[in-house]
Structures are given as structure tokens and as C-alpha cells.
Write a protein that binds this ligand. Structure first.
Ligand SMILES: [Zn+2]
Length: 492
């Protein structure tokens, strides 16, 4: 571990809160035809502040409200809702954790590059990149060598971008110089406040890092995101964080990856972004597997599991994992202008490549035909998957064949749950076998013997499968407990 350098942001190249506000106004003034900003205000219900205090949050924040800027970009200049149904709908969230300043700077680079791509010169003039001081959208992306096709992808996309979600938490970081603060303005981690496995706490749970709030969706920041998900119905959700380099897909709350065409395609895109913009250094796959700890109540799990967003991601764009435990600014943000610019450029570029790659996602094709009722989403619903898998399970003759479907679809919400399952499976399994054994001896020699043997074998198979699954999960618990001992601060 490095010594504590007590690093602080250098605002000659990092954006201040004021610069953020000014930039938003300027962007909308200069690019009104393709970019709109909405300032969404949300306050909490009375009495929630007391509850926050009761559960260990900030006692002084009884009434609490947020104003979150939400930027919409349509490079074809069409903001009509019906028109936008035919487009790819991408939702990007930056600055969810106050201390991760680099993500907000990346948001602005991304938005500025996008709106400039709409300017006519980018269309035909290949020389533009050489003349201008900043690189063009086309030169920053790495998904295609076809300029026309790339610009067409951008025009066929509607971008919903939250450049700074945790405005109040950021204020604490910047004004009170609390560089280790990641939670919102009253001490709740918004990325633990969502109703997927909400409130489950791991052994080394630290309320300073991950206080999830008194109940799921208690925070106005969460409410704003919930409403946006409903309004936008995004094909993809990208939650941009820092603390390490990673491109995570669901799940965060369990050591498991969802199966199926949509999540598999999303993971493929993740691998491509890793290759194109992260120098293959990024950890990929599910957050629960890759980050070294399980995170419960995250927005990305909510986006995938509840909202049924076909492609849900958490991007971790920078981290110094060797930084001193108290040197938070250096742990989560680059400390030289050179590195700062490099990260911002790479990940703004990743967003651009992503827009092009997402055009090929199967959900985008399906939703083009959609009438807005969200009917194609049912294809993703748990019900559909369950039915398919249960059929496989019922038909499966050998235990090994049925491991996957069972594992995918039984609701093993948490590793803790899996622990219970392990015991339960043993008890239930042995009870059944005892009962069955007894019944079998009674029926020995009877005409139904064949049927009974078949039932017996089936029960043994079920028992074996459940035992295997439980054992696997138990091993995972052990593995994570070991890794978590080495963990410093949370990133996701
Ligand atoms: Zn974070």
C-alpha cells in the first residue's frame, strides 16, 4: 500500500460544482436543437429524516430534497416521444457517489463530444479531426471504421444522461473536503437503496460506506431514477463509477450471471468495450463475481431484475487500488492532468462505441416494432424463463443435466439464503428419502413397483441436484468471505 499523500482535486482541470452548473446552461444554450436539460426536483416525505437518524444516518437532515439535472440528447433533433420509440434508448448515470469526481468530468466530455457530432462539419469533413483542438466523436469511438454508419447510429439513439446524480453528496465532498464520502446528502448510499435484496448486510458491512437507508426507495435520488426508468424504458443502463477498472453486468447481489440472449449479448458488448477502451485491464462479468464483495440493493440489479432493462452495466472507469485507505481522492480519481484527460477521453469514447454496438442488440430490433406497451419485455420476464427451465428440469434424467436450469431459476436471492437452502435441502431431501424408503418397502413386490422405482430415482436426482447447487453456493460464500477481508472501500 502506498503512503497517504492526502491528495486533493486540482480544480484547474477538475470541474467544480459551479463549472458543472455553468456548463449545463451553456450546453443547452449552444445546442438547443439537439440537447435539453430538465432539473428534476424531489423531496422526501415527512418523518423519513428521523428514521434515517434512527438507523445511523445523518440526524440533521430531517427534510431532504434534491434537484438532479437530466440531459436528453437526440442528434436528429427530434424530441417527439413516438419518434423516439424507434430509436435505441440509452441511459447513463454519472456521479452517484460523491467522491468519484472523475465520472462527472467524463459525463461532460461525453455530452460535449456528442453534440458536436451533430454539427454538420463532422458529417463529411474527414479533415475536421486534424483542425479542431479536441477529437471528434468518430475518432474517439473504436466500434467501426465507417463514419457514416457511426453517425447514423448516434442519430438513431436517444441519450438520457444524468451527469451528476448525487448533487448533495458531491457538495459535501467539495465544500467540506470530505474526500471519502460516497453517500447522499443525508448519509444514505443510493446504490444500496433499491429493492433487489435490499438491506442484506455482509459480515464486514460498514455503514460509513454502504448505509442503505431505512427502507428501499426511501431516497429522493432513487425516486428520480425510478421515474426515469418508467418514462424512458431504456434498452441499456450504464451506471458509471470509479474505484477500479471494470465493466460489470448483473448480478451484484449474488455470485451468478443471468442466462439468456439479452444478458449474454450485453456481456459480449462489455468484452468489446474492455478491448477497445480499457486496454483489456477491466474486470468483466457479474459484479457479484468480479468486485470481490456482494452488493445488495444496487441500481444495476434493479434495472435488470425489476425494470427488465435488456442491457444493464456498471462501469468502473478508474481506480488506484494501491492507494492508502484514507487517501480517498487518489483512490477514486486520477491525480495528474495527463491521467485525468486520458481517463475522460477513453470512457467518453467508450460511451460512443457503446451507442454503435447497442444498435445490434436483439432487444433494440424487437422494440422497434413495439407499440409502446412494453410487450417484448415479457420475453425477458422471470415467468418465461422459469417455464422453459422447469420443462428442462422435468425432462432431465440425470442430475448433472438439470444443475443449470435449477441454479438459474430457483430464487437463490442471496448467498445467505443459499446457506439456508443447503441445510433445508439436506433435511427435506433426507425426509423424503426416508419416507420414500418406507413406502417402498411396503410396496415391495407390488404391481406398481416400476413406477415407484422411477419416483424414487427422481427424488434421488432432485436431492443430488439440490445438494450440488447448495455445495457450490456454500463454496462461493467461503470464497467471498476470504476476499472481503482484503477489501478496502466499496466501488460499486
Ligand atoms: Zn461508486
Amino acid at each position: 500500500m502506498k503512503p497517504n499523500t492526502r491528495a486533493k482535486p486540482d480544480f484547474s482541470y477538475y470541474l467544480t460544482q459551479n463549472a458543472i452548473k455553468e456548463k449545463l446552461v451553456k450546453l443547452e444554450t449552444d445546442y438547443r436543437s439537439v440537447l435539453r436539460v430538465k432539473y428534476v426536483k424531489k423531496s422526501t416525505a415527512n418523518g423519513v429524516g428521523d428514521k434515517i437518524a434512527e438507523f445511523g444516518g445523518n440526524a440533521n437532515a430531517k427534510s431532504y430534497s434534491v434537484i438532479i439535472p437530466v440531459v436528453t440528447i437526440n442528434l436528429d433533433g427530434k424530441f417527439d416521444e413516438v419518434e423516439n420509440r424507434k430509436k435505441t434508448r440509452l441511459m447513463f448515470d454519472f456521479g452517484e457517489h460523491g467522491r468519484e469526481l472523475i465520472t462527472v468530468d467524463t459525463a461532460f466530455r461525453f455530452m460535449e463530444t456528442l453534440v458536436k457530432a451533430a454539427a454538420k462539419e463532422e458529417e463529411d469533413d474527414e479533415e475536421e479531426d486534424n483542425r479542431s483542438n479536441t477529437s471528434s466523436a468518430f475518432s474517439m469511438q473504436k466500434a467501426t471504421t465507417d463514419r457514416h454508419s457511426f453517425l447514423e447510429s448516434l442519430k438513431q439513439t436517444t441519450f438520457t444522461i444524468i451527469p451528476i446524480e448525487n448533487v448533495n453528496g458531491r457538495a459535501m465532498v467539495e465544500e467540506s473536503k470530505k474526500f471519502c464520502e460516497r453517500k447522499n446528502g443525508r448519509g444514505v448510499d443510493v446504490n444500496r437503496n433499491f429493492p433487489v435484496n435490499f438491506g442484506v448486510k455482509e459480515k464486514d458491512y460498514d455503514p460509513n460506506e454502504e448505509f442503505p437507508g431505512p427502507y428501499a426507495m426511501s431516497e429522493p435520488e432513487s425516486k428520480v431514477l425510478e421515474k426515469l426508468f418508467k418514462d424512458v424504458k431504456p434498452h441499456a443502463w450504464v451506471n458509471v463509477h470509479s474505484g477500479m477498472e471494470a465493466i460489470f453486468t448483473p448480478y451484484d447481489h449474488k455470485n451468478e450471471e443471468p442466462k439468456g440472449e439479452y444478458p449474454e449479448f450485453a456481456r459480449k458488448i462489455g468484452e468489446e468495450i474492455n478491448q477497445m477502451h480499457c486496454g483489456k485491464r477491466c474486470v468483466t462479468g457479474s459484479g457479484g463475481k468480479g468486485v470481490g464483495y456482494l452488493a445488495h440493493g444496487t441500481v444495476t440489479d434493479y434495472a435488470f431484475d425489476v425494470v427488465k432493462v435488456p442491457a444493464a452495466f456498471t462501469w468502473e472507469i478508474y481506480g488506484d487500488t494501491q492507494a492508502h485507505f484514507d487517501d480517498c481522492f487518489a483512490m477514486f480519481n486520477p491525480v495528474t492532468k495527463e491521467k485525468h484527460d486520458d481517463v475522460v477521453e477513453s470512457w467518453a469514447g467508450a460511451g460512443l462505441s457503446f451507442a454503435h454496438l447497442m444498435r445490434a442488440h436483439p432487444a433494440v430490433g424487437e422494440r422497434k416494432e413495439e407499440d409502446g406497451s412494453g410487450s417484448s419485455r415479457t420475453a425477458l420476464s422471470d415467468g418465461g424463463k422459469k417455464e422453459e427451465a422447469e420443462t428442462t428440469f422435468a425432462l432431465s434424467a440425470s442430475p448433472s443435466d438439470s444443475v443449470l436450469p435449477v441454479n438459474t431459476n430457483h430464487d437463490y436471492q442471496s448467498l445467505r439464503g443459499a446457506g439456508q437452502l443447503r441445510t433445508g435441502a439436506r433435511l427435506r431431501g433426507s425426509n423424503k428419502i426416508n419416507r420414500k424408503g418406507h413406502a417402498r418397502s411396503q410396496m415391495f413386490g407390488a404391481r406398481d413397483q416400476d413406477i415407484d422405482t422411477w419416483k424414487y430415482l427422481l427424488l434421488v436426482s432432485i436431492f443430488t441436484v439440490l445438494y450440488c447447487v447448495a455445495r457450490r453456493q456454500f463454496r462461493a460464500v467461503k470464497r467471498y468471505r476470504t476476499t472481503r477481508r482484503n477489501r478496502d472501500k466499496a466501488t460499486v
